[in-house]
Design a protein around this ligand. Sequence first.
Ligand SMILES: NC(=O)c1ccc[n+]([C@@H]2O[C@H](COP(=O)([O-])OP(=O)(O)OC[C@H]3O[C@@H](n4cnc5c(N)ncnc54)[C@H](O)[C@@H]3O)[C@@H](O)[C@H]2O)c1
Length: 334
Amino acid sequence: MTGKVLITGAAGFIGFHLARRMLADGWQVTGLDGMTAYYDPALKQARLDILQGQPGFAFHQAMLEAEGGLTTLAAAVRPDVIIHLAAQAGVRYSIDAPRSYVQSNLIGTHEVLEAARAHPPRHLLMASTSSAYGANTKMPYTETDRATHPMSFYAATKIANEAMAHSYAHLFGVPTTMFRFFTVYGTWGRPDMALFKFTKAILNNEPIDVYNHGNMQRDFTYIEDLVEGITRLVATPPGTDPVGPMDSLSPVAPYRVVNIGNGAPVQLTDFIAAIEAATGRTATRNLMPMQPGDVPATWADAALITALVGPLPRTDIRDGVARFVDWYRGWNGN
Ligand SMILES: NC(=O)c1ccc[n+]([C@@H]2O[C@H](COP(=O)([O-])OP(=O)(O)OC[C@H]3O[C@@H](n4cnc5c(N)ncnc54)[C@H](O)[C@@H]3O)[C@@H](O)[C@H]2O)c1
């Protein structure tokens, strides 16, 4: 399947990789990004420079929340598929700057829904997060588990996005998939996330802050495995009939929530050991208490996505971390 796709957040970590993959698959890609200053815009620009060198790619710099802007863009492009990845991301920053999450994630996502209502694509896919599972302790996290106890305002805005998307899918009939991503990592990754921060500190002989005294687990998902899952799901829009018991979040709308994770949680200590092996250095650990808003563990139940699109590739954490460190050395010039 190919056609025209509109990707929001195309200069972001995941959007960049997805746009590159869909261009290679033969899609016409329109990317939108506000190039926000949440982290170094030079990294976003460098990703964008790669995309802009490729045939089939067009870029629009704009903020999601500009009223009517996305609807105008959708009228001009008439995308077959819309993939909405732009957001104010980050659990910790949502404690300091909650208004940014209201603007980008609530008002901005509503503009995406309005664009899809005015110019319905065959499939609308939007990013939610494993943080939606909040205070849940049952592992692994399954899509039909309650997602009603967010631990951060970031998670609250993403749960709100899921509810907003469900109402539009029900009222206006656009088949809608909400992805719940689990700690995505890899080349061109985000400077606010642990892998980038740890690698930078270890290579600079600086200590790393290890939260909850290292007693943390994350279902780390390698970027290329995630992108493979997204592209397979693009071709698998939901109908109103669930495919099985885990696909039953809506009795009325063509709407589906899908975990995309590796399906195997990794101890933070093993993650740090992988960075030490890839850098050839030993980390100095600064043991810290749990951070407000954070959860000690995440683990994706992969049964639904496997039932929908088959098993995804599962890059080993040591290989994925080594690929990141190689990229980081080149990016940072060390
Ligand atoms: N990376 C992860 O581990 C992870 C995990 C769970 C969910 N997610 C979600 O996946 C999506 C992509 O995440 P990412 O890691 O690529 O983040 P990212 O910050 O690298 O990319 C987001 C992009 O959106 C743009 N943006 C932000 N607010 C905007 C606005 N109001 N208008 C226009 N553009 C705006 C930013 O400039 C950025 O380039 C986000 O929705 C995020 O919440 C990511």
